[in-house]
Design a protein around this ligand. Structure first.
Ligand code: IMP
Length: 424
């Protein structure tokens, strides 16, 4: 009985789509446990490029049951668009390949308008969210006012709840009626996907099935342990999977920390190793660092080992998957931040306030770069020695074993060092 969890170790965009798809090849269930369509999980196959926002990354693999669990927030409009795209590209989903938890929460146009209004009120202090209604949906969930996916089965609940939500969010009666009409119109296609997700997962556990948990966003965007307030509105950590799925934590026996070979961040907030210079721009262009969901340019910087270590202690990685190593090809030197200094003195904790994190000064370790490209390499031993040393240093910092190295965007451009499934 075992579950493998795949979680972003940085600020999201670590390449969870690609690695999730590789792992899903041998999974029986893939379960998305947090967030909504603020995520953009990219998978490149011979059949084209798929950007999955809410459907789990097992959708492109035969025989996988994909589950959108209770801890998520779903915008049915985005879900429908994604299901249509998948169908067009030969990966149609039905109720035996996709189950939606009745306990997941819904995002409507009311949530989207409200979030746009909040960001406008904040002006220069805005959080720079993805504007997908994520924050309002989780906030209304905590207020116990939001509509859950299962409640789409009850017309009366929709008719009662939406006007209440509209009132709280300052929306007009007209907007409220439009949302009611829309929600009533989607019941026919949406409700067949509803299923007893917890029971399905429990049975899969009893039958020794391979279950992959797919985290969204990243550790530093966790609402409690991330760089608050510049975070998302859910818990993103490995531990959050247990609460979302409704299964005991001890069943999550293994986890893979996903990280890029450098660091990126999209949206506002402190970023100690940011390269606000030509090199940062070079990484952005070479790495195609533009948001998969919003196309916003991502801020780029050196690999932050302090974040990697903090992330490892929050999640307890067994394994590491490192992506975009090829983007660092050709650099004379590569740097890893190994400590933060505040007012000239090294600190031994991760600052909890953005005010303090903005002020820290990164302390770097410099390593020789590699001239030869890592693209096309099939094994760890084939990588330039300098690249091997760089990866081993990251493994040392996190205390986790290197399992997967990605050297290109296609699903096949992947070096697998450890068979993570067989260790479960
Ligand atoms: P929200 O999740 O839309 O509320 O956005 C809150 C913060 O998280 C913003 O800085 C977003 O840019 C960031 N964010 C949300 N989802 C992702 C993601 O999937 N990748 C990277 N950043 C994200």
């Amino acid at each position: 009985m075992a579950i493998l969890s795949l979680v972003g170790a940085q600020w999201g965009d670590e390449g969870k789509g690609k690695i999730g798809d590789v792992l899903a090849q041998r999974a029986n269930l893939v379960v998305r446990y947090n967030g909504g369509d603020n995520a953009g999980h990219t998978i490149v196959t011979d059949g084209g490029t798929f950007i999955l926002h809410i459907v789990p990354c097992g959708a492109l693999r035969e025989g996988v049951l994909n589950i959108i669990a209770a801890g998520t927030v779903i915008n049915p409009k985005i879900l429908l668009r994604e299901l249509d795209q998948l169908k067009e590209m030969g990966h149609a989903q039905n109720s035996s390949t996709l189950t939606i938890s009745p306990k997941a929460h819904l995002i409507t146009d009311l949530h989207l308008h409200y979030e746009a209004w909040i960001e406008e009120q904040l002006g220069k202090a805005k959080l720079d969210t993805t504007l997908r209604g994520i924050g309002p949906a989780y906030a209304l969930k905590a207020l116990r006012l939001n509509l859950r996916a299962g409640e789409l089965r009850h017309e009366k609940t929709i008719r009662n709840r939406i006007p209440l939500l509209a009132k709280i969010l300052g929306a007009s009666k007209d907007d409220s009626e439009k949302v009611i009409d829309y929600l009533l119109s989607i019941r026919e296609w949406f409700t067949p996907f509803l299923g007893d997700d917890r029971k399905l997962i429990w049975e899969a556990l009893q039958n020794n099935r391979k279950i992959l948990l797919e985290g969204a966003q990243g550790t530093l965007l966790d609402i409690d342990h991330g760089t608050y307030p510049f975070v998302t509105s859910s818990n993103t950590l490995v531990g959050a999977g247990s609460a979302s799925l409704g299964i005991p934590p001890r069943f999550i026996t293994s986890s893979i920390g996903m990280m890029k070979a450098y660091t990126t961040r999209v949206g506002a907030g402190p970023f100690p190793t940011e390269l606000a210079n030509e090199l940062g721009e070079q990484l952005r262009e070479k790495g195609g660092e533009y948001g998969a969901t919003t196309r916003r340019p991502r801020r780029c910087g050196w690999f932050d080992g302090v974040i990697a270590g903090y992330s490892s202690s929050l999640n307890g990685w067994n394994y590491l998957a490192i992506t975009k190593l090829d983007v660092l090809d050709g650099l004379e030197k590569v740097k890893i931040c190994v400590a933060y200094k505040l007012n000239g003195k090294a600190i031994d904790y991760f600052p909890s306030e953005a005010e303090e994190l903005t002020q820290v000064e990164p302390v770097y370790e410099e390593m020789p770069g590699w001239r030869e490209t890592v693209e096309g390499k099939k094994s760890f031993d084939e990588l330039p020695k300098e690249a091997q040393n760089y990866l081993e240093r990251i493994s040392e910092i996190t205390g986790a074993q290197l399992a997967i190295i990605s050297v290109g965007s296609h699903r096949d451009e992947t070096i697998v060092l450890e068979d993570v499934w067989s260790s479960l």
